[in-house]
Design a protein around this ligand. Structure first.
Ligand SMILES: C[S@@+](CC[C@H](N)C(=O)[O-])C[C@H]1O[C@@H](n2cnc3c(N)ncnc32)[C@H](O)[C@@H]1O
Length: 257
């Protein structure tokens, strides 16, 4: 089978609606050693699978993170959460990446700050498997529901909790791009009626796990930020909102008094 050239691949991607057809074509061509493999990966992309899942990796803040089917694709905007966490992390410290998905946020944080005892946790077995692959021996990955996944002896000793938990309101999932709607699990997206069900639970329990002066860093949207911050403040933490216009990203930081 003759390998299609760059122009052919770009044309097929563009016809399928790709906005970054040239960049995607270059990545797909570089990743496929044979024409048959290119046909397979190009076919999946043209059918609507996210590029990152087709390639099997994504770059977050300069760190290459392996991905597998039905695991949430880390978003570029989560770089703000990583940067803010890196600013606040004081090593040595226990750090928890709640709702860790592929483990991307913890991996990117460890690339910036050494000496952290990282625990990551997720309820989804595929995410836990993927996070173990990405974090290897640098972290302990637990499976379970939010803080209940963690060893009890960490209660009151955590210096930093970071979480990109689901925050899409249920009724808005149907309007998300098909790449997310059709290829990412509902448990990774659905934040309940107002999108804040998981934030509510994390905020309510964070105080029991944080050490005095410890921080909670929660990704949210600009639209939901005031409500996420109010939940964090209602749980007794000092709350502030951090925004990055370039990344179009918003996080809420809560600090234990
Ligand atoms: C938006 S994804 C983010 C994944 C990862 N933090 C990232 O930014 O790439 C949310 C993750 O939360 C997990 N999750 C949802 N509800 C959870 C719960 N109750 N306990 C633990 N993990 C949960 C999902 O399985 C999913 O991996």
């Amino acid at each position: 089978m003759a390998e299609p050239g760059l122009a052919d691949v770009v044309a097929r991607l563009r016809a399928a609606g790709s906005v970054f057809a040239e960049e995607e074509a270059a990545l797909l061509l570089a990743a496929a050693p044979t024409a048959a493999e290119l046909e397979e990966t190009l076919g999946r992309r043209v059918a609507g699978e996210p590029l990152e899942l087709v390639l099997g990796w994504v770059d977050l803040e300069g760190v290459r993170v392996a991905l597998e089917a039905s695991v949430f694709v880390p978003r570029r905007r989560s770089g703000l959460l990583v940067r803010e966490a890196a600013r606040l992390a004081r090593s040595p410290a226990v750090v928890v990446d709640l709702c860790c998905g592929s483990g991307a946020l913890g991996a990117a944080l460890l690339a910036r700050v050494g000496g952290l005892d990282l625990h990551a946790a997720d309820v989804d077995p595929a995410a836990v498997r993927c996070a173990r692959r990405n974090l290897g021996p640098t972290a302990t990955v637990h499976r379970g529901d939010l803080f209940a996944a963690l060893p009890r002896e960490l209660a009151g000793r955590v210096g930093l909790v970071l979480a990109n938990a689901p925050y899409v309101p249920t009724r808005e999932i149907a309007t998300m791009p098909p790449e997310a709607r059709d290829h990412e699990p509902l448990v990774a997206l659905d934040g309940g009626a107002d999108g804040l069900d998981v934030h509510r639970r994390i905020a309510a329990d964070a105080g029991a796990w944080l050490a005095p002066g410890g921080h909670l860093v929660l990704e949210t949207s600009a639209r939901q930020a005031a409500r996420t911050a109010a939940l964090v403040a209602a749980a007794g933490l000092a709350a502030r909102v951090v925004r990055d216009a370039d990344l179009d990203a918003t996080v809420v930081v809560g600090t234990a008094r």
